[in-house]
Design a protein around this ligand. Structure first.
Ligand code: FES
Length: 105
């Protein structure tokens, strides 16, 4: 079942190669803007110890967790570096009329 589209922010509120935290419906998401100017969304908490990924570092298509430097591909959710081994959930994103939306489930 697909969920609702929820407005996150204006597209220029996220710098290229950066990430912001977005809270909605009791959940936390991380919203990314890649160096190629594409937008992406994942669960906001690391699958290792539930640290906020928005406090981490974006490098190309990787988010590095600020706590133990675990890495994920934020475009696919794939866990890419120890100690993380559980993939991140990813969410559909669209940009319309200058605003970023994610489809929550
Ligand atoms: S909490 Fe993210 S790598 Fe440990």
């Amino acid at each position: 079942m697909s969920g609702d589209w929820v407005k996150v922010c204006a597209d220029d509120a996220i710098d290229e190669e950066d990430v912001i935290r977005f809270d909605h419906g009791g959940k936390t998401y991380a919203i990314y803007r890649s160096p190629q100017d594409t937008f992406h969304a994942t669960d906001g908490l690391c699958t290792h110890e539930k640290i906020h990924l928005a406090d981490g570092l974006v490098m190309d298509n990787i988010i590095e967790c600020p706590k133990h430097n675990g890495r994920f591909n934020y475009q696919t959710g794939e866990a890419r570096g120890a100690p993380v081994c559980i993939n991140l959930k990813v969410y559909p994103v669209k940009v319309e009329a200058g605003s970023v939306f994610i489809q929550v489930q």
